[in-house]
Design a protein around this ligand. Sequence first.
Ligand SMILES: C[S@@+](CC[C@H](N)C(=O)[O-])C[C@H]1O[C@@H](n2cnc3c(N)ncnc32)[C@H](O)[C@@H]1O
Length: 385
Amino acid sequence: MKTCKHFGECGSCKTQDMPYVTQLKGKEQRIKDLISEGNIDTELRPINHYQEYFYRNKMEFTFSNEEDLVCGMYSRLKKKKVFNIEECLIFSPDTEIILGAILKFCKEKKYTAYNKYTYQGFLRNLIVREAKFSGQLMVGVVATSKVDFHRDEFVKVLTALNLKAKLKSIYLITNDSWSDAVVFEKKELLWGDEYIEETLDGFTFNIGIDSFFQVNPVGITQLYRKVKEYASLTGKERVLDLFCGVGTIGIFLAEAAKFVWGVEIHKQIVDAAFINAKKNNIKNISFFAEDARRFLNTQGTFYRDVDLLIINPPRCGLNPKIIRAILRLNPKRIIYSSCNPTTLFTDLKGLKSSYKPDFIEPFDFFPHTHHMECLTFLSKTPHNS
Ligand SMILES: C[S@@+](CC[C@H](N)C(=O)[O-])C[C@H]1O[C@@H](n2cnc3c(N)ncnc32)[C@H](O)[C@@H]1O
């Protein structure tokens, strides 16, 4: 059991001081409790777990003007204060070198951090993405347009670093918005490739500075393998993948399916999904940029009785209207991958009139945090099949 030097102050890993087996038992117990509270008739499979450290492929750090310029995370101990991150055991062994070099450079140039209360200042966030299988690295500084950034010197500093990962891409993102979140108003590629690549089980995916990609690539590969195994497709099945993101699950399933359709609300993510399908030479897949409920309400009749429905919603889960639309769709089987057990169990209740969860299989994608993923396989209840 290791704890990093920021443990206690950093809001990210709250259970790093707990033996990993105890963390896993706690997560399993949480699902057992939800099963018994909801009086759900199902089988709970053992929790899957992978590497405990350096599993995350993306971090977003914050710049702030404390006594001096800092780049790191919000403190759990001091309200509204950001502290410097000097190591991160769940992200990358290169964290210290990258953040140290960027901070030194920014201090030398006398850049200040953006102040969200006065709207003054320049530096806002630092995005670092590290593809775990390919080892490719992408760095993006998010800043306002208030200062002329020393682009060439910044590139020189970063490309001279001696890193374990392979630096492939450097971006400057302009964000003049009032929003506290990272808004990609303008993306400027300062050096290298537009995308980094990640390879999961032989499939290659492009990851852009603003792409959605599952955070734990080692874990997600295992989950996709299980989805494929449980889907047991024979080449004849029509598959609908709701909340498909950049199309990864569909791409894993397509070679064994007749056709896969993916639905995703964000147009730029759907564009990436098409690129991913093309990159992997998958021809029997297509994607729609639409809200899942709207899609089911307007086009659901064409997909009625689909052989397999994949659901992988955000943490908020499904709203009752989508659940009703899914019940009308009447898929033969459902595989539901959820990152929030609480909303998963609410949704299972909503689907209960027609679908029974045959089993639930937890995955620990987020060691040292309370987060977890659950894969649930649902088949029709006997009176509906
Ligand atoms: C948990 S991610 C799943 C992504 C994908 N299945 C994967 O494995 O990478 C949820 C996705 O649902 C999308 N989304 C959120 N709300 C949506 C909605 N109402 N309709 C369709 N897609 C939505 C998000 O943009 C995000 O890409």
